[in-house]
Design a protein around this ligand. Sequence first.
Ligand SMILES: Cc1cc2nc3c(=O)[nH]c(=O)nc-3n(C[C@H](O)[C@H](O)[C@H](O)COP(=O)(O)OP(=O)(O)OC[C@H]3O[C@@H](n4cnc5c(N)ncnc54)[C@H](O)[C@@H]3O)c2cc1C
Length: 367
Amino acid sequence: MLSMNNQIHIIGAGIMGLMIARNLLAAGRQVLLYDKGKVGAESSWAGGGILSPLYPWRYPQPVTELALRSQALYPGIVRQLYKNTGIDPELAQTGMLVLSVADLGIIHDWAAHYHVKYRVSNQADISQIEPNLTPSLIRQALIFPDIGHIRNPRLISALRADLLQNGCELRENTEITAIDLHNNKPRKLVTTRGDINTEQVIVCAGAWTSKLLKGLGFGIPIEPVAGQMLMYKAKPGLVNHIILNKKRYLIPRLDGRVLVGSTLENAGFNKFTTDEARESLQNTAVEMVPALADYKIEAQWAGLRPGSPRGIPYMGGYPGIENLWVCSGHFRNGLVLAPASAEFMTALVLGQETNFNQPEFALDRAS
Ligand SMILES: Cc1cc2nc3c(=O)[nH]c(=O)nc-3n(C[C@H](O)[C@H](O)[C@H](O)COP(=O)(O)OP(=O)(O)OC[C@H]3O[C@@H](n4cnc5c(N)ncnc54)[C@H](O)[C@@H]3O)c2cc1C
């Protein structure tokens, strides 16, 4: 029988909780994973799945380093998940095309520093590879050939199946309402389905993280930032790359569907979809690829990103409390940052070395 201190309780089964659970199971830990709803049904389902920050050169170094490490880890993770579960998360190395860019000098230096491949292309080149793109938008464009995307709802299904195969105890529809302490250590999770004894807890509660931790005394500035998206039921070949223009983007799924994202809204914990956002995203889509007007909008949805200052996640031990860790605040980039974040968190929890600089993610950092 496994001892209590081999058990780790993870609160929140979004991409963070799922990936950390996978690593800890692989390290021989017993994992109990809780979610107030269904696995991965919040931001991690709602996201677009681009495996890069938008305008990646504009992000602070800790985010860039996590993104680059994750990009290296993703192909192996996806291969393994597909092999174990038969569910293909559809990792697609389409490349990302960035239109209307001004800061070429900064991009050049950034790309050279981090060894990121990119090229500047002219209108003739772009028209060849994206023939449906509005010609007047393409005077000049950047192409990042190594950037891709993943079909995040499938990634979640694959992770769920993989965790269950590997003995994870999954408790959906179980909300943790408080973490009870004794001698500055977790003792009990108070849940909507009764109390559960615990000694080690990782909080991966996304946009709800601050709400859950409020009672423990140390505040972390993680706030919900809503985002809406649309999906067109288009055909393969209509859009070939992720295309980014004026902070909005198109993502081509392998079956031809095209996602359009996204809005940024401070509306508390509301996940409404609105006609205004639909119209605005529709205009974005048709301005970029006029032929999209001929296809049906199949879905519109909203999700709550875990917003944090400068988009730098909070990952580390909770100040003043032993055996309580937090991994949250990945804002717009949780899908791309998840594998490296999970690797970092696993090392912290197991007391192992990590190549990342812990103070940059610490909960009590300056900002
Ligand atoms: C419109 C949109 C587009 C996006 N596009 C991209 C993109 O292209 N690329 C990218 O990298 N990122 C993208 N993101 C961001 C990304 O989705 C998030 O950063 C990421 O999903 C956060 O993962 P998480 O596990 O921290 O949070 P979540 O996925 O929100 O998971 C947190 C989980 O915790 C559970 N929970 C909360 N409180 C409790 C509690 N008290 N008890 C039990 N369970 C609890 C919730 O139910 C939830 O399932 C996008 C987000 C949105 C909304």
